[in-house]
Structures are given as C-alpha cells and as structure tokens.
Design a protein around this ligand. Structure first.
Ligand code: PGA
Length: 241
C-alpha cells in the first residue's frame, strides 16, 4: 500500500483521476468500481472534464457500484443509483446499460446473488473507495468477515449518523443497505482510496497502521498489492509512521 498526503484537494483529485485515465485509455473494455458519498465527487468532476476534453471515453466501459440503500428506488434523490446519474453517468459517454448499482427494492437475496454472479464474470480494473469514520469500506461495517461477498447489512448507528446530513432527518436514513463484500472489493486489480477531513483520521490510522483485523474492515487492504491511498493533511493527522 502506498499513501500520499496532499495540501491541495484539487491536486489529490487530479491524481485520482489520472489512475482512472490510465485504465480507461489502456484497457479495451475497462471495468470500473465506483463509489458514492462526498469523497468521490471531486474525482468524478475531473473525469467529466477529461471526457469533455476527449482525453478519455467511457464508451467501452462498464461499472459496478459498491452499494445501495435498501428501500430506496433508483428515482429517490438519496439513492445511490440517482447519485451516480447526477454526479457522473449523465455527464459522460457511458452506456447506462453497462452500469450496475444493486437494486434497493428487489428481493434482497436474489439481488445479492445476481450481483455476485456478475462480479464473478467481470473483474474490476480500478476501484475507487472512500472510508467510513468507523473504518468501513463500502458498507462493510466493523466485524465483517474478510470473506464476505455482496450481502445485506444493518447499518451501524455511526454510519446512520454520518449519513444523516444527506437526509431531512436522521429518521429518514435507511437502516439497511446492500453492499459488495470485502472479498469482492479485494478482487479489484487496483484500488484508489481517498480520505479527506479530520473525522477520517482515526479510520486512516486503522487503514495504514493497524494489523489486519475484522474490527477495522479497511485493514484488509494492507494485504492487497495494488492500493494507492490519497489523503489530505487532516485525514493523515493521526499517522505516526
Ligand atoms: P463519505 O463516505 O465519502 O460521504 O465521507 C465515505 C464512506 O462512508 O465510505
């Protein structure tokens, strides 16, 4: 795992985008692993710019998102399907048919099984990740097995509180989500993890300094041989090494 610390978040996002550019311009049918939340928004803006400037194209790309809330349909403005259209898909030349976000309204067991089957067929070339303040990646909350594949998860109070800022009230935050498991994420050829802000500093310390353990789901990434961690100085502030 390598990590870099930035004073300037524009530079950080350009660095993240350059890894996606490399994949999009060198792989014939690139498979992208995508994320939602505040963290990837700057990266997506960079990718939209690169696409408008015709430096990259998503024409031959497909994508798999990490997660979706249970109970929200794709038209709900806080669903992750909606987020992806707003923040990326509607602004680039990706074929929407080739984008995958698990459905929050289907038969959950079938949605998970189908998603795992698709992920068996398509190896993700590059995955963008944020990190939760509790060390989760996607919605793999503390305690999740490193062998977990796509599953339904009961969100922790911490994750619900962290995400309440997107909803009118904390009671509106869904209590469950469908998430790719740690094993699915680990199968990506390359992983870019971005963390910004002081409230991520404890999680970043777990990510980089804790021995791999399931209380810190992010720590699984230490065993992966192609992970780039991009931090702002606040997120890096608790690192001791
Ligand atoms: P955030 O969420 O990007 O909105 O901070 C990250 C996460 O929970 O993984």
């Amino acid at each position: 795992m390598i990590y870099k610390v930035y004073d300037n978040t524009d530079e950080l996002n350009r660095e993240a985008a350059s890894h996606f550019e490399e994949v999009l311009t060198s792989v014939e049918s690139p498979v992208l692993g995508l994320a939602t939340g505040s963290t990837p928004v700057g990266l997506y803006k960079e990718l939209i710019k690169l696409c408008k400037d015709e430096k990259i194209s998503f024409k031959n790309a497909s994508s798999f998102n990490l997660d979706e809330y249970v109970g929200l349909d794709a038209a709900h403005d806080q669903s992750y399907a909606y987020f992806m259209r707003q923040n990326l898909f509607d602004h680039v030349d990706i074929n929407i048919e080739n984008t995958h976000v698990p459905s929050g309204l289907g038969d959950n067991d079938k949605v998970c099984a189908d998603y795992n089957a698709e992920l068996e067929k398509h190896v993700v070339d590059i995955q963008i990740l944020g990190i939760g303040s509790n060390g989760h990646i996607a919605f793999n909350e503390p305690g999740t097995s490193f062998d977990a594949v796509t599953h339904v998860v009961n969100l922790t109070e911490q994750s619900i509180t962290d995400n309440a800022r997107f909803f009118d009230s904390i009671d509106d935050v869904p209590k469950q989500a469908i998430t790719m498991g740690l094993k699915n994420i680990y199968a990506s050829k390359k992983i870019i993890l971005i963390a910004m802000g002081e409230n991520k500093a404890d999680a970043v310390k777990m990510l980089i300094e804790d021995a791999p353990n399931t209380d810190a789901p992010c720590s699984i990434l230490q065993n992966h041989d192609n992970v780039v961690v991009l931090l702002d100085s606040a997120a890096a502030s608790k690192l001791t090494k």
